[in-house]
Structure formats: structure tokens, C-alpha cells
Design a protein around this ligand. Structure first.
Ligand code: DLL
Length: 434
């Protein structure tokens, strides 16, 4: 059984619990994490200065860069022998960012995803197909543990091999599907082409890890004959399970017994009034291995202060509206332009100029990922073979650095439009396309 009653805890009790857990997290982090202690000392703060939840706003922020600077384990608050799992996601320098979990952290993670599944009506009678990737990405394992905790029957499919995904759904009687919304959209389309919608037993879909629109929700719901719900999370804070919609489909409840969400102005760094749009910042309240305090997610978002008709007392967040940094999410994978630049320089040296452009689009519900790279005048040649050979080398190196495929086009010198201001490296044509 999961601890679902906590979702309905009166706000005053919830806030008391948050304060107690915040004080404990700050104390542990101060004692064990050198980076946090230094920042607190610089501000002249001690853990005992946290007397009220309002004091959170005085604490120092933490950043993705910290995970790179302290790669791989330097931000852990427990010795490695207490860490039973690590996950990782891409960083901007090609170095992955690494996060760790103790046994208690894994139990907490399973508790939050189990509560989310329960809030969507999932029970031990359900068959849950997890088609998020398993591995260093948090999606697969995160949903898997929650579904098992609910007592449902779990199909650990991971992503890929769409015909087999659909056949499995049919044969094993899957009632719940978990994956990225773009993959759900693709599966819905394939189901349509195969004419097998009436053989599916699906009722509920839980989709996240990338932005998606209401329009896309309707298409998926129609194509698969389900109710589709949004789930949000990030590796640094936990993975999936930070927040999720309930059956009202009107914002994602942040699991506030485990996390505090703030919205700040990314420029002034001030906390914004309730309901304003700004950068989402998270503090973990129960994580042992890798506690985060005031972590700058770079996601632009809004918290919804009004109570939800479902009766859950935990605050909701709206769908993230974009990011304050240049991170792209391509087929569910986080990619920074600087990672691409690093590969281009390493593989091509002076065969190319520093001018390149990334073009993202959506065709048949799938992200397309093209990179145009300008050849240098000295390499410029009409020898198609040597051009194709260099293109192939770039594609292979990108695949091993990013984990996804791109199409690379070497283009003529001086053919990419120069910018008079900041270079516009990314042309994202996906907006509003499903
Ligand atoms: O995407 C964790 C996850 C797995 C969430 C499965 C939901 C389901 P990362 O790879 O670290 O972790 O990417 C985190 O993805 O900062 C957002 O920019 C974006 N993101 C995640 N969920 C959503 C969502 C996982 N529901 C980054 N809507 C975050 C919009 C999302 N963006």
C-alpha cells in the first residue's frame, strides 16, 4: 500500500512537516556537502537560522553546473556504500550529471510515483506497460517502482520496437501506458494504421519528460482511447514523481511532503508572488544521498494557488512553458548546443567554420534533428566521397555523445546566414506541431 492519505493532509500540517524536514535537510547538507556549507558560510548563515519556511528564501541556490563541478559524487551527503543506485543525464560539456539514491530514497521515490498512479485510479488489478527508457535515464525505473508498489502487474518494455510494443499491449492486456507524449502519439498513429484500437485494453496514459500541448493530449486520448495525464520531474531533483496531474487534468500536484517549489524571477532571483510565471526552483525534503536545496531547474512555470477540485491539498504547477537556458529536449533526450559544438570541433578540426545551425521539426509526431555545418574554404571540395565520409563521422560521434541520431549536412562556405547579435544556432519549428 502507498501512503496516499498524505496527499489530503490539511495545509497547516503539511507546512509543519515541511519545516521539520527542511531543517533536517539543511542540517545534513551543511554537515556533509562542502559546496553547500561554503555557500552558507559566504552568506553568514547556519542551519539553525532556518526557523520558519519563509527562511528558505535566504538560502543559497544550487545549479546544474554544480553537478559538473563536483562530478561524479562530490555532492552526495552519504558515503558511497550507502548509495544503492545512480542515474545520469546529459550535461553541456559532454560529461553526464550523476545523481544517487539510498535505499530509503528509492522507497520514497516508489511512494511518490505510487501515489500518482493511485490518484489516476490505477490499482493492483491494472497491467502497466512502462515504455520509458530503462537505464541511466530515470523514466523507466521511476514508474516501474511506483507501479509495483501499487501492486499492479508491470511490463518493463522500455522504449523502441513499436510493433512489438503494440502487440505486447494487446497480448498482455495493458491497461496503463507510461512513456513520452511524442512516443504515445506515434504509437497512437501506428495503432490507427494497424486498425487494432478495439483490441487494446488501455484506460490511462501517463506521459512526460518533455513539453506537450493540450492539442496533443486530445489526439493521444482519441487515438488510444484513454485518459492522458502529464507527469513532471527531473533527474537532479528525483526523476519522474516530482509532480503529476490528478483526474481533474488541471495542473500537476507537486508532492509537497517531499519537495518545496518556489517561483523566482530568473534575473533578480527574487521569489515572485503566488501565481506568477518565472523559474521553477525545488528543494528536496527527504532525500538522503543527494539532497538539493533551491535547485534552479531553468524551467519556466507557474504555481496554481487555488485548491484543486480533487481535494488534494498539495499545490499544483502548470505545464512548463519553456526554459531559461538553451537546453533542447529532442525525442525525450536533453541536448545542449554546446555538446554539438564540442563534437563538431573534435571531429572536424579546421575542415569546418564555426558556423552551424540546428534545425528541429516534427514530422509524423516525431522530432527531426538536422544540423547544417559550413565547410571551411580550404576543405571545400566537390569530392562527394570525402564529404560523405566526414558527415558519417560526425553522425557517429554525435550518436555516442548524445545518445540520439541526427542528420548532418555539410554546406558550402558562407551559406549560413550570419547574425549581427547573438548567433541563432537553433531553429525550432516544432511549436504547436504534434
Ligand atoms: O525527464 C524525468 C522524467 C521522466 C519526467 C519521465 C517525467 C517522466 P530529465 O531527463 O533530467 O528528467 O529532464 C528533465 O525535462 O527540467 C523539463 O525541462 C523536462 N520535463 C520533464 N517532464 C516534463 C513535462 C526527466 N511533463 C527536464 N512537461 C525538465 C514539460 C518536462 N517538460
Amino acid at each position: 500500500m502507498n501512503n496516499k492519505d498524505i496527499d489530503f493532509l490539511p495545509r497547516e500540517q503539511l507546512r509543519a512537516l515541511q519545516l521539520e524536514r527542511l531543517q533536517d535537510t539543511v542540517r545534513r547538507s551543511y554537515e556533509k556537502v562542502e559546496c553547500f556549507r561554503r555557500r552558507m558560510d559566504e552568506k553568514g548563515l547556519k542551519p539553525s537560522d532556518v526557523k520558519d519556511l519563509k527562511d528558505l528564501a535566504r538560502l543559497p541556490f544550487s545549479y546544474k553546473q554544480d553537478l559538473r563541478d563536483y562530478y561524479p559524487y562530490g555532492l552526495f551527503a552519504v558515503p558511497l556504500d550507502e548509495v544503492v543506485r545512480v542515474h545520469a543525464s546529459s550535461g553541456t560539456t559532454g560529461k553526464r550529471i550523476v545523481v544517487g539514491y539510498t535505499q530509503n530514497d528509492l522507497e520514497m521515490w516508489a511512494d511518490t510515483t505510487a501515489r500518482m498512479l493511485t490518484s489516476l485510479g490505477v490499482t493492483e488489478k491494472d497491467v502497466v506497460q512502462v515504455s520509458f527508457g530503462y537505464g541511466l535515464f530515470t523514466g523507466g525505473f521511476g514508474l516501474h517502482a511506483g507501479a509495483e508498489k501499487v501492486g499492479a502487474t508491470v511490463i518493463p518494455m522500455s522504449s523502441g520496437n513499436t510493433p512489438l510494443q503494440i502487440q505486447t499491449m494487446i497480448d498482455f492486456g495493458a491497461t496503463v501506458l507510461c512513456c513520452t507524449p511524442s512516443y504515445a502519439m506515434y504509437m497512437a498513429e501506428e495503432v490507427g494504421k494497424m486498425g487494432v484500437k478495439d483490441q487494446l485494453s488501455l484506460k490511462v496514459g501517463i506521459f512526460g519528460a518533455e513539453p506537450w500541448s493540450e492539442n496533443m493530449r486530445h489526439k493521444i486520448e482519441e487515438g488510444l482511447g484513454i485518459k492522458a495525464y502529464d507527469i513532471y520531474g527531473l533527474s537532479e531533483v528525483l526523476g519522474p514523481g516530482v509532480s503529476c496531474e490528478c483526474q481533474a487534468q488541471a495542473g500537476m500536484h507537486v508532492r509537497e511532503d517531499y519537495f518545496i517549489a518556489e517561483i523566482i524571477d530568473p534575473e533578480t532571483q527574487e521569489v515572485l508572488p503566488e501565481g506568477s510565471e518565472g523559474e521553477l526552483v525545488f528543494t528536496s525534503l527527504a532525500k538522503e544521498a543527494f539532497p538539493v536545496i533551491r535547485y534552479r531547474t531553468r524551467d519556466i512555470c507557474r504555481l496554481i494557488p487555488e485548491m484543486c477540485p480533487c481535494g488534494r491539498t498539495h499545490l499544483r504547477m502548470a505545464k512548463p512553458q519553456g526554459r531559461t537556458d538553451d537546453m533542447m529536449i529532442i525525442r525525450g533526450v536533453n541536448v545542449f548546443p554546446s555538446q554539438i559544438e564540442e563534437v563538431l570541433l573534435r571531429v572536424c578540426g579546421d575542415k569546418i567554420t564555426p558556423n552551424y545551425q540546428i534545425v528541429l521539426d516534427r514530422v509524423n509526431h516525431n522530432d527531426t534533428f538536422d544540423i547544417n555545418v559550413e565547410m571551411s574554404p580550404s576543405f571545400f571540395t566537390d569530392d562527394i566521397k570525402s564529404i560523405e565520409c566526414l558527415e558519417r563521422n560526425i553522425v557517429e560521434s554525435l550518436r555516442s555523445a548524445l545518445g540520439i541520431g541526427a542528420k548532418v549536412h555539410l554546406v558550402n562556405p558562407n551559406s549560413i546566414v550570419r547574425s549581427e547579435g547573438k548567433a541563432k544556432r537553433v531553429l525550432d519549428l516544432r511549436k504547436d506541431k504534434i
